[in-house]
Design a protein around this ligand. Structure first.
Ligand SMILES: Cc1cc2nc3c(=O)[nH]c(=O)nc-3n(C[C@H](O)[C@H](O)[C@H](O)COP(=O)(O)O)c2cc1C
Length: 382
């Protein structure tokens, strides 16, 4: 389908989400879509975004808005990137490769997860220097160094340390759905797969997805059952000393992901990190967390570092809302996977198109020539 037809049929992310839901087996869908608890934080991310209002302007004449944004010395065509998602390859066959190519084509960054279903070496070559590597910190110092060296050698220039997974989360909806790690197909799950032939055929040709980077180290922890490897290898509770070690070990920019308050942001700046990523892990970890858009102004006020934000972003207008409240750059996780599920390999490019068109349309209403002018159009709440 050509670009215009796609815009007629799938004008918004909600259209991609609806189609993806029908094409992805239920247990996989629940992995992608669920939050934790009663999923209040997930809903809050969205509700609070809707509350942010911006003042349109009139009689500003014709102009073409500039929707590009700088970060870490690179200009990106859009102020939006692809957030790390574990086991993307379970959500859609060969997801990491499709996402990496789409990111390069769209001129945006892609963060590869430690627990992705592809190794950095297999994804890096598609990224043309736009790659970030997201680290769930391994316990073992040798494995830690090994992973960093491999990411660097594969062309990943930015390191993201995720700090909002200090312990596992319960993710009740996912548990009810029956997904295990590694995935094991019971008759109930097989019946769900049978209803999604495109997904099933793709998986049959790719093989059942695994955490391939982790697999490489599994042999180094003898005697553990295979489903315990990821948990054992990755010490999910790093401390400030761990961050200092990482700062010494990584020459490029370091981003700390999962920050929700100003004191933490300020302290992180003091440790020499390069950007703060405001995130609550899409409501998947802690169900009483603030919405990210709510946490953003305090973090912005506490640091001079670039601030990245994610959580519930659905379109260009949400991106403008985040920028208005202090973000320099925005990331999306689920959205790119809805696009893959709906349209396969071409889905992410269509989503990038939707985001660009929505940014341009809304900046036209606001009369803002550059993204950061949007901050002057924020209507104060209260
Ligand atoms: C299925 C799924 C898997 C995720 N896996 C990771 C991960 O491996 N590492 C990480 O730092 N964040 C992970 N996240 C969080 C995302 O990076 C991002 O913070 C979040 O998806 C943004 O919210 P959004 O999905 O509403 O755009 C995951 C999110 C989802 C939905």
């Amino acid at each position: 389908m050509r670009g215009m037809d796609l815009h007629a049929k799938y004008p918004a992310l909600s259209d991609l989400r609806a189609r993806a839901r029908a094409r992805i087996p239920r247990f996989v869908w629940d992995y992608l879509d669920s939050g934790t608890g009663v999923e209040a934080t997930k809903a809050r991310n969205r509700e609070r975004l809707d509350r942010v209002r911006l003042m349109p302007s009139i009689l500003h004449g014709e102009f073409t808005p500039d929707i590009s944004a700088p970060l870490f010395g690179q200009m990106h065509a859009l102020p939006v990137g692809i957030a790390p998602v574990g086991m993307s390859g379970l959500i859609w066959p060969d997801a990491e490769r499709h996402l990496a190519r789409a990111a390069t084509q769209a001129g945006i960054p892609y963060a590869l997860s430690t627990v992705a279903s592809q190794k950095p070496e297999d994804v890096g070559p598609h990224l043309n220097g736009q790659g970030w590597f997201q680290l769930y910190p391994p316990r073992d110092p040798e494995i830690r160094t090994g992973m960093l060296n491999r990411a660097r050698a594969a062309g990943f220039g930015v390191l993201v340390l995720t700090v909002d997974v200090p312990v596992g989360s319960r993710r009740e909806r996912q548990a009810r759905s029956g997904l295990t790690q590694p995935p094991r197909l019971t008759p109930r799950l097989m019946a769900q797969v049978a209803r999604c032939p495109t997904w099933a055929l793709g998986m049959a040709s790719m093989g059942m997805p695994r955490m391939r980077l982790i697999d490489d180290y599994a042999g180094e922890t003898k005697g553990l059952p295979s489903n315990k490897h990821a948990g054992y290898l990755l010490r999910t509770s790093p401390d400030w000393d761990y961050l200092r070690w990482l700062r010494d070990a990584w020459e490029g920019p370091i981003v700390v992901k999962g920050v929700l308050n100003g004191d933490d942001a300020h302290a992180l700046e003091g440790e020499g990190v390069d950007a703060i990523w405001v995130s609550n892990h899409a409501g998947r970890q802690f169900d009483a967390a603030p919405a990210t858009i709510e946490a953003l102004p305090e973090v912005r006020a506490a640091t001079r570092l670039p601030v990245i934000m994610d959580g519930g972003i659905e379109g260009g207008l949400d991106v403008l809302r985040a920028i208005a409240l202090g973000a320099d750059f925005v990331m999306m996780g689920r959205g790119w996977h809805f696009a893959l599920g709906a349209l396969g390999a071409g889905g992410p490019a269509h989503l990038a198109d939707i985001l660009a068109a929505d940014l341009v349309a809304n900046m036209g209403q606001l009369g803002t020539k550059t993204l950061f002018d949007v901050r002057e159009r924020l209507i104060p709440t209260g």
